[in-house]
Write a new protein. Structure first.
Length: 149
């Protein structure tokens, strides 16, 4: 069941995640309720603070609605996946977390909720096949631990 962490804003959430995992392992996807989106990883992470300031102002004002956050943490473990052309490739496994940040704070999702969201087509609502390289994780557990450090 999703848990609201009142008062935990977007910048605080991202700061905690960057401190825990380091920029080299992180890949952020942000999707605003207005429909805009942004992605940040090691190659463009220097642009993240300025983007966060603008997004945080919109979220805190309540005018911008919320921002969905998908966090992928690249792991040392590997997975073998089959591409559509039939070729097999080796890719790093990724631990995936889902959050929703709005004017109240950050809502963190359970492992089951993360799995369901990650494996549902946003446009149609139809299920998608699970990906062999994804480790679905509890954002609730992670955020609780980050806040207690």
């Amino acid at each position: 069941m999703a848990t609201l962490f009142e008062g935990v804003g977007l910048a605080e959430l991202v700061g905690l995640l960057r401190k825990r995992f380091g920029d080299r392992r992180l890949y952020f996807t942000f999707l605003a309720s207005s429909g805009g989106y942004a992605t940040f990883a090691q190659d463009n992470i220097k642009a993240l603070p300025a983007w966060l300031q603008r997004a945080e102002r919109g979220v805190r004002s309540g005018r911008g609605g919320g921002v969905a956050v998908v966090v992928r943490v690249f792991l040392d473990d590997k997975a073998v996946i089959k591409r559509p052309d039939g070729e097999f490739i080796i890719v790093p496994k990724k631990q995936v977390y889902h959050f929703l940040v709005d004017s109240r704070g950050t809502t963190a999702f359970s492992e089951a909720e993360t799995r369901q969201a990650q494996n549902t087509d946003a446009a149609s609502g139809l299920p998608l096949p699970e990906e062999a390289d994804i480790v679905y994780s509890s954002s609730e557990h992670l955020l609780r631990n980050l806040l207690s450090e």
